[in-house]
Design a protein around this ligand. Structure first.
Ligand code: C2O
Ligand code: CU
Ligand code: CU
Length: 571
């Protein structure tokens, strides 16, 4: 009986009989160069009535603040894990040293603070951050942990584009969740309820002018075939890694843009002269080809979803009046991207995507787990070693039945061909995720520059969190090939002062060229409390937030990776 009632309620909301809208929540913003992010378990009133939902959030009730950062700045992150489980925080799309990347190797234990920093080299773009703990990505992303990063630069700032956050420049993370009768999120690949910025049945007021939507697919698995309920046209101005050279008009009878897990698209939509009207941003997933994530219509089982193979509203946009200084036209040109040239590629690296029949037995999928390079992910295996500054073509060759959104860390790439053909113009900009359809081959080109680290890998993987957790992932290092093997591990000769301390600790080294790869502070139980990749020791290390007690400072040498510890008392 309960089940029948529940499905009846779901059917009602599905077909629109109970239409009360909730205002789209717009994430808070943080600006500057120092960012404090507290990851925690929390609660939020996601469903209008009944229990609050157990969520995970950063500084708030779910999701996290939008970080505004500027190209050329050095940003410092202060990430504390208040969850009961270990986690990581990955800066998706960011070009930075591997040790700062927040992938599965940069584990932040519960109660620990991680302090990565880097110079922002990305151009203006819409990036995001999310947990990347191996085998826990699906669970932690389902809780709602994540956030937008908006990179600004001079070129983008000089363009007449909508740029008023939450007014005419609106970030929307699209996800779906399976919400049970107790209002809790189930950890499943496909949800029954669509959410825009974690808001169910969202509506938002837009001004009667050009509006920029920064759309992020933050789903576990679903791809969304985006379009508007009146089939209006729109302009694509940017993809994963930044603005296109020129805006691309998406028009015709049914203008659509397929956005897969992890992908972003920036669009301009014209609401001029439409005050008082409303239009829905929708997912038109009924027309998706078989085996695109979200095209399935299983009635039962782990992949069943009310949203499978159907069309649904994501957010209702109510057109209000025009703001002062509205944007009323689309720039003819945007930025001047220079992409790596095919003739400069040193090699073509082939990455296969396949169904792992016979290779493994993953509990949920049995023999149907998906793999890259014919092997399951092994965190101790480096799958590829890339010389620093090398330009490469990656050939993603699928023999899988299913479509997988392939993502690579460290670089933004340019798609060369999709099954031999030039990609559509809206896919000719910088990308870091590309949906590789079953049986097809995608070739992209990228340059692996700036940061070498022979030990710490970057990841490439399917951005369907379920597939990634089950091992559809590999890793690579970018190396400047110093003769690592000849260097003998050695103690680092250093002193710390003052000791005891209650504020900062300072370091002096016997070797003035000492190069420290990592600093960790552990308590007497061996638990890490502070993690500083490539610490900038000139200014000392602030330990004023640590409890009084005895700790060990462990330094890792950059060349040899040997570790040396010293005791310190914090009083
Ligand atoms: Cu958005 Cu490796 O991830
Ligand atoms: Cu990433
Ligand atoms: Cu996949």
């Amino acid at each position: 009986m309960k089940i029948i009632t529940l499905s009846f309620v779901l059917l009602i909301s599905q077909f629109g009989f109970s239409q009360s809208y909730n205002n789209l929540w717009i994430p808070d913003t943080l600006t500057g160069t120092d960012f404090t992010l507290n990851i925690k378990d929390t609660f939020a009133q996601i469903v209008n009535t009944g229990n609050q939902t157990i969520t995970g959030g950063i500084n708030g009730k779910f999701w996290g603040p939008t970080l505004f950062i500027n190209k050329g700045d050095t940003v410092h992150m202060n990430v504390t894990n208040h969850l009961n489980d270990s986690t990581t925080l990955h800066w998706h799309g960011m070009h930075l040293p591997a040790v700062m990347d927040g992938g599965p190797h940069q584990i932040i234990p519960p109660g620990t603070t991680w302090q990565p920093y880097w110079e922002v080299k990305n151009q203006a773009s819409t990036l995001w951050y999310h947990p990347h703990m191996h085998e826990m990505a699906q669970e932690q992303v389902t809780k709602g942990i994540g956030g937008f990063i908006i990179v600004r630069d001079a070129e983008e700032s000089a363009l007449a584009l909508p740029r008023k956050y939450g007014v005419d420049d609106i970030p929307i993370v699209i996800t779906d969740r399976d919400i049970n009768s107790q209002n809790q999120f189930a950890i499943v690949p496909y949800g029954d309820s669509i959410m825009a910025n974690l808001t169910l049945r969202a509506q938002y007021s837009v001004p009667a002018q050009y509006v920029r939507l920064r759309l992020l697919n933050g789903a576990i698995e679903t791809s969304y075939n985006l379009g508007f309920s009146d089939n209006r046209s729109f302009y694509v101005i940017g993809t994963d890694g930044g603005l296109l050279n020129t805006p691309v008009l998406i028009n015709g009878a049914t203008p659509r843009y397929l956005l897969s897990a992890g992908e972003r698209v920036e669009i301009l939509v014209d609401f001029s002269g439409q005050s008082g009207n409303s239009v829905f941003l929708k997912a038109y997933n009924q027309s998706l080809a078989n085996f695109i994530p979200g095209s399935e219509s299983f009635p039962n089982g782990p992949f069943a979803s009310f949203l499978g193979h159907t069309n649904y509203n994501i957010v209702k946009l109510n057109v209000a009046s025009t703001t002062s200084n509205p944007i009323t036209s689309v720039p003819a040109t945007l930025v001047n991207n220079s992409y790596p040239l095919e003739q400069n590629a040193a090699l073509t690296r082939t990455i296969t995507l396949s169904d792992s029949t016979g290779v493994t037995s993953v509990p949920i999928l049995g023999p149907n787990a998906f793999i890259l390079g014919h092997q399951l992910f092994n965190i101790n295996t480096i799958n590829h070693t890339i010389p620093l500054n090398q330009t490469e073509i990656w050939e993603l060759k699928s023999s899988s039945v299913f479509a997988h959104p392939f993502h690579i860390h460290d670089v933004e790439f340019k798609i060369l061909t999709i099954n031999g053909a030039t990609p559509p113009t809206y896919q000719q900009g910088w990308k870091d995720v590309i949906l590789v359809e079953g049986g097809k081959t995608v070739r992209f080109i990228a340059k692996f520059d700036d940061y070498a680290d022979a030990t710490h890998p970057f990841m490439y993987h399917c951005h369907i969190a379920l597939h990634e957790d089950e091992g559809m992932m590999g890793q690579f290092v970018v190396t400047d090939a110093v003769g690592l093997n000849e260097i003998k591990p050695n103690e680092i000769d250093f002193a710390i002062y003052p000791n005891p301390t209650n504020d900062h600790i300072y370091f002096s080294f016997a070797d003035e060229n000492a190069d420290i790869y990592y600093l960790s502070i552990k308590n007497l139980n061996g638990k890490t409390v502070l993690m500083l990749p490539k610490p900038q020791l000139e200014n000392g290390v602030d330990v004023s937030n640590l409890k009084k007690g005895v700790y060990f400072i462990e330094l890792t040498d950059n060349k040899t990776k040997s570790k040396t510890s010293k005791k310190i008392i914090i009083e």
